[in-house]
Design a protein around this ligand. Structure first.
Ligand code: CUA
Length: 332
């Protein structure tokens, strides 16, 4: 490691890290929401003030060290002084002014970001319930129950009502703004305003068990029209049942999965992720690319992929697994 940090490699590593962070869809350094932008502004403001202080203090220190250094033959003790009223006032007042410049926007935004918009008629309300190790997203005003993919419209205030079904988790969408804990037995509120459409990463930011690091979710920010179309679609019963070759898969689903995974649009799924609209999801189990192979791997042995998950191994033959995944991947 030390070798890596020697010579020209350090600036190179820093450059690579900066590019990686800035290109990431999950970075607070590339804000895609109102609150994230305001938070980044505050970070830049405090960095600018700190840089100014460092530059000024070090310049004065270096100047004084050189100018008043001990010279050859200079053996006298310098004139002893005790305090300087003017200087003391200057170095007390300047930091006070700098702190005020930092405090005013920081306090203002802290209160602003902490507002509770749960009664605001213009805000889209989403109830978030965190589980070991998945996310439940319910839209009480729209009558929609879903999981893992959070679909929200661009430019609107989204009011989140946060709680947990088991331990403390933390709800975090780095590209849209800061995070907030979800606590069992307690409801807290939080809001975000996405400003650009796109797909962003959501994380659990509180150590919550074996698969804490795998407790990801996806945030899909869409236009108002696309959001309305999604709402309409989610209110319809999931349709995969029409096709004949999926009938066998549906039977397997109902016998093995339905007990925990609800699929009816108007039923909450409080034990395991809701599967309405599963075909259009971005990820399998919140982390794997959404394809048939990964879905099969997940169902074959969930704990291999997410240690500590409550999802059991299903006693299915390869043929049954084949029929089940076909059915699930058509569940729209
Ligand atoms: Cu949930 Cu970490």
């Amino acid at each position: 490691m030390l070798q890596l940090l020697r010579g020209k490699r350090l600036p190179f590593l820093i450059a690579v890290l900066a590019i990686a962070l800035s290109g990431c869809s999950a970075s607070p350094l590339v804000p895609k929401g109102q609150q994230a932008r305001e938070q980044l502004d505050l970070m830049i403001l405090s960095l600018a003030i700190m840089t100014l202080v460092v530059v000024v203090v070090f310049s004065i220190a270096i100047y004084v060290l050189i100018k008043f250094r001990r010279r050859k033959g200079d053996d006298e003790i310098p004139k002893q002084v005790e305090g300087n009223h003017k200087l003391e006032i200057i170095w007390t007042v300047i930091p006070l002014i700098l702190l005020l410049i930092l405090i005013v926007p920081t306090v203002g935004r802290t209160f602003n970001h902490d507002q509770n918009l749960s009664e605001d008629p213009n805000a889209v309300k989403v109830q978030v319930v965190a589980h070991q190790f998945w996310w439940e997203f319910n839209y009480p005003e729209l009558g929609i129950y879903t999981s893992q993919d959070l679909v929200i419209p661009v430019g609107r205030d989204i009011s989140f009502e946060l709680t947990s079904a088991d331990v403390i988790h933390s709800f975090w969408i780095p590209a849209l703004g800061g995070k907030k804990d979800t606590n069992p037995g307690l409801t807290s509120y939080f809001h975000l305003t996405p400003l650009e459409t796109g797909v962003y990463k959501g994380k659990c930011a509180e150590l919550c068990g074996d698969s804490h690091a795998l407790m990801d979710f996806t945030v899909v920010v869409v236009s108002e029209e696309e959001f309305n179309a999604w709402v309409e679609n989610m209110r319809e019963p999931a349709q995969a049942v029409a096709a004949e070759d999926l009938e066998q898969g549906r039977v397997i689903y109902e016998a093995n999965c339905l007990y925990c995974h609800a699929v009816q649009p108007d039923v909450r799924s409080a034990v395991a992720p809701h599967l309405n609209g599963f075909a259009d999801r971005q990820r399998i189990a919140g982390i794997l690319p959404h394809n048939e192979e990964n879905l099969k791997d997940w169902i074959r042995d969930p704990a291999e992929i997410k240690p500590g998950t409550l999802m059991p191994k299903m006693p299915l033959s390869e043929e049954e697994l084949d029929q089940l995944t076909k059915f699930l991947l058509e569940l729209k």
